[in-house]
Design a protein around this ligand. Structure first.
Ligand SMILES: Cc1ncc(COP(=O)(O)O)c(C=O)c1O
Length: 366
């Protein structure tokens, strides 16, 4: 059936049933290689698992279907996915990048791709005129994260796509925070979507994975070439786990959002939260009142957990200045508004009464 509804595609997308056994879930094809029929013929298209593996292929078709793209690719981490996308550029190219992009994306541009002559310019992409002003002949692409982490600044993706098309540059969106359940960049005219699937797509804090989806086959060929050449692929077992996580994305996201709205409400009414950032997604950020002690606040928590990452079913708290954004120089963090008392909450799907009780206690007693 073409054009399944999104919630059906989450469960049935990318794979119908195993043609050898009828298994309704994709088997974990834990193999590095495949017997050939003859020197020139494979059994069913697979030759070596860096180039292709049926379990990974089911995931890659699934994410392509969910994002409304032509080709999907699965990588060993979100950063491997970002790296594969950036690897299609060449020395002398400049990439425009959202100024408070994920710290790891900033770091790979600043400390790795810079060695190969690929430059970047950080700009506030929430104002489209900034992009027009930053365009020079060497600009090859714009890389946007929306909403950003942890300040949740929103960029108009249709405006980005339009500018990119007008100036014949590629547009890339990191859709980690939204997932295709809440935002489909390719439908807005964006060329490439990238994910840390470690977060909401996986959803259970039990794997590290990255995904890329291209809107067309030409870009798909370029990413596929990089994937096979550099080899940062996702393994079969992790591909299976990710498919399993994706099946419940919609129900998880609904509960995450419902709980996050309540957390934001509590924080907005709390005398101990100075500034609250919330845009209706499962992530809420706030500045802890300067009258409170940060270490004590984290120490008081009994259910919410101080840990890197987000998007899992359990509520996690992060201190961006020392964790996700530690690789961004302090002056730059301050300029972006990522203050030392900023805390990010990835609101889980536990009982909301327990989440609110834990948070209230930690705030009051910090
Ligand atoms: C928005 C965003 N993009 C990319 C990454 C990198 O993903 P991974 O940690 O899976 O390599 C992260 C990780 O936190 C992220 O938050």
């Amino acid at each position: 059936m073409e054009n399944k509804k999104f919630n059906t595609a989450l469960i049935h997308g990318g794979f119908r049933f195993d043609k050898h056994t009828g298994a309704v879930n994709i088997p974990i094809y834990q193999t590095s290689t495949y017997a050939k029929k003859s020197v020139s013929e494979s059994v069913c298209g697979y030759e070596y698992s860096r180039s292709g593996n049926p379990t990974r292929a089911a995931l890659e078709s699934l994410i392509a279907e969910l994002e409304g793209g032509m080709r999907g690719f699965a990588f060993a981490s979100g950063m491997a996915a970002v790296t594969a996308v950036l690897s299609i550029f060449k020395s002398g190219d400049t990439i425009l990048v959202t100024d408070n992009v994920y710290g790891g994306t900033f770091r790979v541009l600043d400390k790795v791709f810079s060695h190969f002559g690929i430059k970047y310019k950080s700009i506030d992409t929430s104002k489209p005129e900034n992009i027009e002003n930053a365009l020079t002949p060497d600009v090859a692409a714009i890389f946007v994260e929306s909403p950003t982490n942890p300040l949740l600044t929103v960029t108009d993706l249709s405006a980005i796509a339009e500018i990119a098309k007008k100036h014949s540059i590629l547009s890339i969106v990191d859709n980690t925070f939204m997932t295709p359940y809440l935002q489909k960049p390719l439908e807005q005219g964006i060329d490439i979507v990238v994910h840390s699937a470690t977060k909401f797509l996986g959803g259970h804090s039990d794997l590290i994975a990255g995904l890329v989806v291209t809107k067309d086959d030409v870009l798909g060929e370029r990413i596929g070439f990089v994937q096979n050449s550099t080899g940062g692929i996702l393994q079969p077992f992790d591909s299976f786990l990710l498919i399993r996580g994706i099946k419940t994305l919609a129900v998880r996201m609904d509960r995450h959002i419902q709980n996050a709205d309540k957390v934001a409400e509590l924080l907005k009414n709390s005398p101990y939260a100075d500034k609250v950032y919330h845009v209706g997604i499962p992530v809420v950020s706030f500045e802890l009142s300067t009258s409170k002690n940060l270490d004590k606040f984290f120490d008081n928590l009994k259910i919410l957990t101080l840990a890197e990452s987000l998007g899992g079913i359990e509520s996690l708290m992060c201190h961006p200045a020392t964790m996700t954004h530690a690789s961004i120089p302090k002056e730059m963090r301050d300029a972006l508004g990522i203050k030392d008392n900023l805390i990010r909450v990835s609101v889980g799907i536990e009982d909301i009464d327990d989440i609110l009780k834990d948070l209230s206690y930690a705030l009051e007693n910090a």
